[in-house]
Design a protein around this ligand. Structure first.
Ligand code: 5AD
Ligand code: SF4
Length: 460
């Protein structure tokens, strides 16, 4: 019936005619890979007649894209599911799905613990989500936590026209073979797999055609990238250099990197390729060789420090970011002080720090824990040092000219917010037309989490 046909769009995407519009609410927890996966799931469900909505109350389907990295992150799933119970009682047709790393790790157990859940889908099976949603609509419960032989990317729809921002994530690599003693990622995301070069280039070109100016290449171990190409296997350095030739693509970033995979060619790309941004997230976790060994990191503190020297020799203005774990089993005060010493030696512009969280199935979970009050105290001391370094890095930008890519309106009227080359958020007086453009901005002030400045090269 023509009268029933409605037009709908997903993420500003193609308009399609459907007899029925269904609403999908996705909540994303955790890392950037999950943000990317949520976008791809929204696109896959878009082809099935679902449009995104901002609230669970309006939704026909709620999808929770979960994180398993620390205990607190995975507990959030169960408390959020508990909160959805009244909604499901009021709207029995509401379908609830659990995706992501908790889905992978706990599978059927989620259905047993939370009968209101209709489907459980692991990160390698997102291309099967539309079929699972159909089964859910027919009243069937499904669990898919396979690591299928087929590549999910071959079965997901092509990227849709521009998402909200002129920046986008692009997954190039997934999984991890490193097996750090504390980490669930090798179990939830599987072993390292790289997408072939032509697929990555095709997706990048599609994003740029649709208005994207900055691409962040994603992978759990992104610098372990080894993508098949017509002339052999490419590392990340070669991939970056080829991506840089795409006209209209202005900036390239990549995350997260492992110190043992920083190939000379990738370091050289930082010296030679101006589109490769001078910000690098390079987690080290600890500055104590004893703890690094117990963590199975397979590198020493000295190796990391020498690596940082080589990176800074290639790109002297490089802003470094890191991840740290305090209170790993067996960590002594001397070990912790070695971490503080490494942080002082590197001087980070940004960092993330966590209290060790024992994860079921990982080797470190078997070891006796450091007392909670000791770990709390160390985390506070570590964060005080990292916070001071972050503040100094931001303060050091004051008076300098940086390039800012404008992304969205700021808090104040007549203001836009964008990111500098160094990934600092910068607030600037600029018209909405500035969105998607890059301008030179002189930094005038540094606030708690962002900078402010004036445009010195008007582009509009
Ligand atoms: N406990 C605390 N932090 C962890 N991370 C990973 N696993 C754990 C854990 N079991 C941190 C690491 C990693 C980041 C993504 O999360 O620092 O780099
Ligand atoms: Fe986890 Fe990173 Fe270690 Fe892989 S390299 S096991 S993702 S911490």
């Amino acid at each position: 019936m023509d009268g029933d046909i409605q037009h709908r769009q997903i993420e500003g995407g193609e308009t399609e005619d459907r007899a029925e519009v269904k609403k999908l609410f996705i909540k994303t927890y955790g890392c950037q890979m999950n943000v990317y996966d949520s976008e791809r799931m929204a696109e896959a469900m878009g082809a099935e007649g679902y449009v995104l909505t901002d609230t669970a109350d309006e939704a026909d389907m709620v999808l929770l894209n979960t994180c398993h990295i620390r205990e607190k992150a995975s507990e959030k799933l169960y408390s959020d599911l508990g909160r959805l119970r009244p909604l499901k009682t009021a709207k029995p047709d509401l379908k609830i799905g659990v995706a992501g790393c908790v889905a992978q790790a706990e599978g059927e157990e989620i259905l047993r613990r939370m009968p209101l859940v209709d489907l459980v889908v692991g990160p390698q099976s997102y291309h099967r989500l539309p079929a699972m949603a159909k089964a859910a609509e027919a009243g069937e419960k499904t669990v898919d936590t396979d690591f299928p032989a087929e590549d999910k990317f071959d079965h997901l729809p092509e990227r849709r026209p521009a998402t909200r921002a002129p920046t986008a994530f692009l997954a190039v690599q997934e999984g991890c073979d490193k097996f750090c003693a504390f980490c669930v990622v090798p179990y939830t995301r599987g072993s390292e797999v790289s997408r072939p070069v032509d697929r990555v280039l095709r997706e990048a070109r599609a994003l740029v055609e649709r208005g994207v100016r900055e691409i962040t290449l994603l992978g759990q171990n992104v610098n372990a990238y080894h993508g098949a190409a017509a002339d052999g296997v490419w590392g990340l350095g070669r991939l970056v250099r080829d991506l840089a030739r795409i006209e209209g693509l202005e900036r390239i970033r990549y995350t997260t990197s492992h110190p043992n995979d920083m190939a000379p060619d990738l370091i050289a790309a930082h010296a030679e390729e101006p589109k490769l941004m001078p910000y690098l997230h390079l987690p080290v976790q600890s500055g104590s060789d004893r703890i690094l060994k117990a963590m199975a990191r397979k590198h020493s503190a000295e190796h990391y420090l020498r690596l940082v020297e080589r990176i800074r020799a290639a790109r002297p203005d490089m802003v470094l970011s890191g991840d740290f774990i305090v209170g790993f089993p067996g960590e002594t005060e001397a070990d912790f002080e070695a971490t503080l010493a490494l942080i002082r030696a590197v001087d980070y512009g940004m960092a993330y720090s966590f209290k060790y969280s024992a994860r079921p199935g990982t080797p470190a979970a078997e070891k006796p824990p450091v007392p909670a009050d000791v770990a709390d105290d160390r985390l506070q001391r570590l964060q005080a040092l990292l916070g001071a370094q972050q503040k100094a890095c931001q303060q050091g930008m004051v008076g300098r000219e940086v390039q800012v890519l404008f992304e969205k309106p700021g808090r104040e009227p007549g203001q836009m917010v964008g990111k500098s080359d160094y990934l600092h958020a910068v607030h600037v007086a600029a018209p909405p037309e500035a969105r998607g453009r890059i301008a030179t901005v002189r930094i005038a002030a540094s606030g708690p989490n962002s900078l402010a400045g004036q445009v010195t090269s008007p582009l509009w």
